[in-house]
Design a protein around this ligand. Structure first.
Ligand SMILES: [Zn+2]
Length: 213
């Protein structure tokens, strides 16, 4: 899986130009290799059919997942991010579910998943803030592990935009986009930390590499 920008035309032109690296091998370049299955995404205007790429070197195929999506989630990453943020501010999962017209069990699933990995996720994003930031501001602990984790993502976002600007190759760098791109979409998927981010296209700072900065 490779996180790519929102606009499929840009993805296509980067594929044609050989500018999307393979996450499985150090020097591989992906070329177009059909499409992954079309998926209905709640919150998106139309179904999304991600492009698939194949490495010229190792021949592995990878789904090119837009930065708007998390792996194996049928909701826009922005919507999931809003739910996590609301819960960090004390809003319960049923209220969040009503607000976004999402099943309560789905919201509870997101919250349970993130709650099992708050500390490693927080540490991961603070690491990005420290590596990327020129003079990173480390957020103070608030007593809420979820709020502290979201603050770490915000710190990583601020550090990255402070150094590279708010427009990365993947588009505007929001906290949700940061959470998606620098976890290769795995924020709520099995397997943390997302080891595959650190290898592949840009074997420098994972955050900057994954974000195409
Ligand atoms: Zn490869």
């Amino acid at each position: 899986m490779v996180t790519v920008e929102r606009d499929p035309r840009h993805v296509e032109s980067r594929l044609l130009a050989g500018k999307i690296g393979c996450p499985s091998c150090p020097d591989g370049i992906l070329t177009g290799w059909g499409y992954a299955r079309r998926r209905a995404i709640i919150g998106a205007a139309a179904p999304i059919r991600p492009r698939r790429g194949r490495c010229r070197a190792c021949r592995a195929t990878h789904v090119l997942l837009p930065v708007t999506l998390l792996l194996r989630r049928a909701y826009l990453a922005d919507l999931i991010w809003q739910a996590l943020t609301a819960n960090a501010h004390g809003v319960g999962h049923r209220t969040i579910a009503d607000r976004h017209q999402v099943p309560a069990s789905t919201v509870r699933g997101w919250l349970r998943r993130i709650s099992c990995r708050l500390e490693p996720v927080r540490t991961w994003f603070l690491g990005i803030a420290v590596r990327v930031g020129v003079d990173p501001v480390i957020p103070k602990a608030t007593g809420s592990p979820l709020a502290d984790t979201l603050a770490a993502v915000a710190a990583a976002t601020a550090a990255t935009t402070g150094r590279f600007g708010s427009e990365g190759m993947l588009g505007p760098l929001t906290a949700a986009a940061m959470a998606t791109a620098s976890s290769a979409g795995r924020l709520l998927s099995p397997g943390w930390p997302p080891a595959s981010v650190a290898v592949g296209a840009t074997p420098v700072a994972p955050a900057a590499g994954a974000l195409g900065l």
